[in-house]
Design a protein around this ligand. Structure first.
Ligand code: UN1
Length: 494
């Protein structure tokens, strides 16, 4: 009998009101039921927000450094349980163990960074324009945040949002992706065990329309931090805009790796294999376009196809697996439909292009690593986010042509250039329209202490990771102290 998991609201593990649940299965094996999870609704959201308001009252008064100590303990618990979490996460969403270990590590890094921020959380001072008067700026907790997260990084991406939000003294209501509720339950267990006052964090599992929508629209929340598709993100922003709430959006990508004729080609091949097929292409930072200089195009593609064919598909819990399954049937259908579109629009399918269903693989949502060549930059497979193991190869004449192709999409998250020419590398850094550019590295692999986010339709100007995320989760309080003993009038007594 599969276990039934609950929401975490007001310091208790509770069923959804009405008791509804949904089953969550292993994407590598449909017969493997991981558990039944609360299928929550608007009333659960109401209770969660009410509790979070109480949590905010308590937690916002705790000194930032003490809040940091709780996050430090959470980091320590993540270290202790890294293997168990990685195993469960792979079972839940499919990516290989080496990657789920990395996912937990990203949360550990974020926890320790957040813990240390408890001794900074810097405000500012500036001289007043008047004598015997001081001007100071403090950071204050901002309120209750709705946290809406995806399934591809079930602990890392939530940690980017939740841990800074908590360090800043806020309370949260978290709606994790419906496909990864187990990882969310485990993460909340750790936060509570680390000593977080329980009302500070609420977990409400279920579906977007039943939980996400009422959460985002709830009058009791201050703002939303969201990672997911551009379509959903823009709908969330519209609701937040109408109600005057802040919102941080991390959305789609169509990231390109540009390989010049002077590049270390072996390094570039390793990079694109990891960038395009790691996490089965299901990252917002995944390499979904490979832009190749004409002079190296043909040999590069031949080598790449051979190496892609050697990648081993399978259950991510087997140490030899390179590529796991897609997350669910909808994802598989989406990939299939883009492969059809690629063919119809005239691209050449060099490898893959079909489900992998030999033996055990038939029980999961496996799809072969797929490479299209002869792709015109205007084709849909070169423009739209597929979120699967599909790589579109585009041939370019020279550097300028390459940069134009890299920039010729609506998104601007990650990017990469392989070249040995330092001037070219810096020209690319200048000209590529993206929040992240790698030189001689793949488009994936952001580190927790650097800003993460994109330009154009990828985001709305906020950054996660590093120090900028602390701006989003705080309010500034400006304080003037007049110690002159008389009425001084700004702008008048000059
Ligand atoms: C995502 O795909 O939503 O840089 C985040 C990377 C990872 C994070 C990806 N560290 O690829």
């Amino acid at each position: 009998m599969a276990k039934t998991y609950k929401n975490f609201v007001a310091g208790e593990w509770v069923d959804a009101e009405g008791g509804a649940t949904y089953g969550n299965h292993n994407p590598a094996d449909h017969n493997d039921l991981i558990g039944n999870f609360a299928a929550s609704g608007p009333r659960d959201v109401d209770r969660a927000v009410a509790s979070a308001r109480e949590g905010l009252r308590l937690w916002s008064r705790v000194p930032a450094h003490k809040r940091g100590e709780v996050l430090k303990r959470a980091g320590d618990l993540l270290v202790e349980r890294k293997e168990e979490l990685a195993e469960g996460m792979t079972r839940e969403m499919g990516k290989p163990l080496v990657e789920t270990r990395g996912d937990v590590q990203e949360a550990i890094d974020t926890a320790y960074y957040a813990a240390s921020e408890g001794r900074r959380l810097f405000g500012r001072t500036a001289p007043s324009e008047l004598s015997d008067k001081a001007g100071l700026v403090f950071r204050r907790p901002a309120g209750v945040f709705g946290i809406v997260t995806p399934w591809n990084f079930p602990i890392a991406v939530p940690s980017w949002k939740i841990l800074p939000a908590l360090l800043c003294g806020n309370a949260i209501v978290w709606k994790p992706a419906q496909d990864t509720p187990w990882s969310a339950v485990k993460f909340v267990e750790i936060l509570v065990e680390a000593g977080l006052p329980p009302e500070v964090v609420q977990l409400v599992t279920g579906f977007g329309s039943e939980v996400g929508a009422p959460l985002v629209a709830h009058a009791g929340i201050t703002g939303v931090s969201f990672t997911g598709s551009t379509e959903v993100g823009c709908r969330i922003a519209a609701v937040c805009g109408e109600k005057g709430k802040r919102v941080s959006l991390e959305m789609g990508g169509k990231n390109a790796q540009l390989v010049m004729d002077d590049a270390d080609l072996e390094l570039a091949i390793e990079g694109v294999l990891w960038g395009a097929f790691g996490t089965t292409g299901q990252r917002c930072t995944a390499t979904s376009r490979l832009v190749l200089h004409d002079a190296i195009h043909d040999t590069f593609v031949d080598d790449l196809v051979r190496r892609a064919d050697d990648l081993r598909l399978g259950d991510g819990r087997k140490e030899k697996t390179d590529v796991g399954p897609l997350i669910n049937e909808d994802a598989l259908r989406k990939v299939e439909s883009y492969v059809r579109i690629g063919r119809e629009q005239g691209a050449t399918l060099r490898t893959g292009g079909e489900r992998a269903n030999d033996g055990e693989l038939a029980r999961g949502w496996f799809y072969k690593p797929t490479i299209f060549t002869g792709v015109d930059p205007s084709m849909r497979i070169a423009q739209e986010e597929i979120f699967g193991p599909v790589l579109a190869v585009i041939r370019v004449r020279d550097f300028d042509d390459g940069v134009e192709v890299v920039n010729g999409v609506r998104y601007g998250l990650s990017s990469s250039i392989y070249t040995r020419d330092v001037s070219r590398a810096f020209r690319a850094i200048d000209r590529i329209e993206a929040g992240i550019t790698y030189v001689n590295g793949p488009t994936i692999g952001a580190e927790a202490h650097f800003p993460f986010g994109g330009v154009k339709d990828t985001g709305n100007g906020h950054r996660e990771g590093g120090w900028p995320v602390y701006d989003f989760f705080t309010d500034l309080k400006t304080v003037y102290v007049d110690y002159s003993g008389r009425l001084q009038k700004a702008q008048i007594d000059t």
